[in-house]
Design a protein around this ligand. Structure first.
Ligand code: HEM
Length: 139
């Protein structure tokens, strides 16, 4: 559980970094009408799915997931808000990835840009940043 939590916490920066890199690449590939795919789209997709898998394991084990204490902020956050928003974000990124694979040229990159950017915004909003007082740290 401790190892998974450390991995989940640190991997957030990998996910955020790869999503930002993919979004920048998608923007420039869109503007330059580039043909073909970009590996960074795939890497960002894989990183979010690894995070999803670790998250699901944590969800099954974490003492902060407890529906009996749902009226308390921290328990409500981990039991409902965190998982719900993260799954929506990951679904958006997955839809973006799958749709973009069927498209070519500027359309492909624009699709990645929109879906990944929306996913990124939701992920940023659903991370238990220390200033939100949800009992989580920066690492
Ligand atoms: C890109 C998606 C995600 C990111 C960036 C993310 C990030 C984080 C971070 C930073 C923490 C705090 C770790 C700490 O206390 O040091 C956390 C905790 C947690 N996450 Fe996620 N998460 C994601 C997706 C998910 C998903 C999809 C689930 C559930 C299926 C999940 C379940 C949990 C649980 C249960 C905890 C609390 C563990 C505990 O402290 O006992 N996460 N997450």
């Amino acid at each position: 559980m401790n190892i998974l939590l450390r991995a989940h916490s640190g991997l957030r920066y990998v996910v955020l970094g790869l999503l930002i890199a993919a979004i920048f690449a998608a923007f420039s590939n869109w503007k330059s009408n580039k043909s073909g795919d970009s590996k960074v789209y795939l890497f960002a997709f894989i990183a979010t799915h690894v995070q999803l898998l670790i998250g699901l394991l944590l969800y099954a084990m974490s003492p902060k997931v407890n529906f009996g204490l749902i009226s308390e902020k921290v328990f409500r956050f981990y039991s409902i808000e965190h998982i719900f928003m993260m799954i929506i974000a990951i679904v958006l990124i997955t839809v973006g990835r799958i749709r973009s694979k069927k498209l070519e040229g500027a359309d492909k990159h624009r699709t990645v840009l929109y879906f990944y950017a929306l996913g990124l915004i939701i992920i940023l909003a659903a991370i238990p940043w220390p200033f939100r007082n949800l009992g989580a740290a920066w690492f």
